[in-house]
Design a protein around this ligand. Structure first.
Ligand code: C2E
Ligand code: MG
Ligand code: MG
Ligand code: MG
Length: 274
């Protein structure tokens, strides 16, 4: 519950107002202009290639630091940004920033490094999305293979013909597409399989079952067979313990990501400060 009153649009609790709707409105009003006030940062979390042990890809994770406030989690503000349409400009900024940062790292001696960027269904549904991606790549001087886009099933289950067309256009461009949070929702497998994903990201909820439930290992090895028959790369997210890391390695995952291997971190100096 937010108690502070400020220019960001935070308000005192008003009883009677639907809590979720109220929070969303407050967030949306704070988010408006946040880009112009330079309140966002992109943090980066490594994904370790389990065969070589090298970091070959990083996931870009958005952070919001409202003036005078505490950092707000994307899980909180992304829904508000989507509802207000602000996600379009914010998402474009994330793409531009992450691509620019990757170009700096590549120049600094990590030539093969890649970047994974989360994409909202609201962004993805826009007819000009492919162009936005192309522009971000061109500005940074990157080839399309440098970029992986992470989509959740929420984003790809509506309007299948439109979504398929968008996938095809992105594949023609040459970017990779990952299905994020696999195993967290009620995956509509029949429809998901129609879509040409390159990568399947196993949700943390699946990973933690590896510790507790013996049958989870069998489920995961079936999943590995399934993924490899579809030529999908498997990424395990939310790895927190050495036992989980060992389990996903044994189960044939290609990459692992999680606090055990590295937390999301800010980059300093940022590309435009250099
Ligand atoms: P996600 O894409 O599934 O990202 C992984 C989330 O898990 C991140 O949370 C990351 O910090 C967290 N995480 C990583 N390793 C571990 C671990 O070992 N244990 C635990 N408990 N958590 C771990 P974060 O950064 O708070 O982001 C939450 C979600 O917000 C993301 O989930 C993604 O769906 C969304 N998001 C983040 N950045 C963006 C963005 O730029 N655009 C859009 N549209 N969504 C974003
Ligand atoms: Mg993600
Ligand atoms: Mg995820
Ligand atoms: Mg997740």
């Amino acid at each position: 519950q937010v108690k502070r009153e400020s220019k960001n649009g935070w308000r005192h609790y008003r009883p009677g107002m639907n809590e979720e709707a109220r929070t969303r409105l407050q967030l949306a009003s704070g988010l408006r202009g946040a880009l112009g006030r330079d309140e966002f940062q992109v943090h980066y979390q490594p994904q370790v290639d389990l065969e070589s042990g090298e970091v070959r890809c990083l996931e870009a994770l958005l952070r919001w630091f409202p003036a005078g406030g505490e950092v707000v989690s994307p899980a909180q503000f992304i829904p508000a940004a989507e509802a207000s349409g602000l996600i379009i400009s914010i998402g474009q900024w994330v793409l531009d920033t992450a691509c620019a940062q990757l170009a700096v790292w590549r120049k600094d001696g990590f030539p093969g490094l890649r970047i994974a960027v989360n994409v909202s269904p609201v962004q993805f549904a826009r007819p000009d999305f492919v162009e936005v991606v192309q522009v971000a790549l061109d500005r940074a001087g990157l080839e399309a293979g440098a970029l992986e886009l992470e989509l959740t099933e929420r984003g790809v289950l509506a309007d299948l013909p439109g979504v398929l067309e968008q996938f095809r256009a992105l594949r023609r461009l040459g970017v990779q597409i990952a299905l994020d949070d696999f195993g967290a929702g009620e995956a509509h497998l029949g429809r998901l399989l129609h879509l040409p994903f390159d990568v399947l990201k196993l949700d943390r909820n699946l990973i933690v079952t590896l510790d507790e439930q013996p049958e989870a290992q069998r489920f995961m090895s079936a999943l590995q067979v399934f993924a490899s028959s579809l030529d999908l790369e498997l990424v395990a997210e939310g790895i927190e313990t050495p036992a989980q890391l060992e389990a996903v390695r044994t189960l044939g995952c290609h990459r692992a990501q999680g606090y055990l291997l590295g937390r999301p971190v800010a980059v300093w100096p940022s590309p435009d400060e250099e």
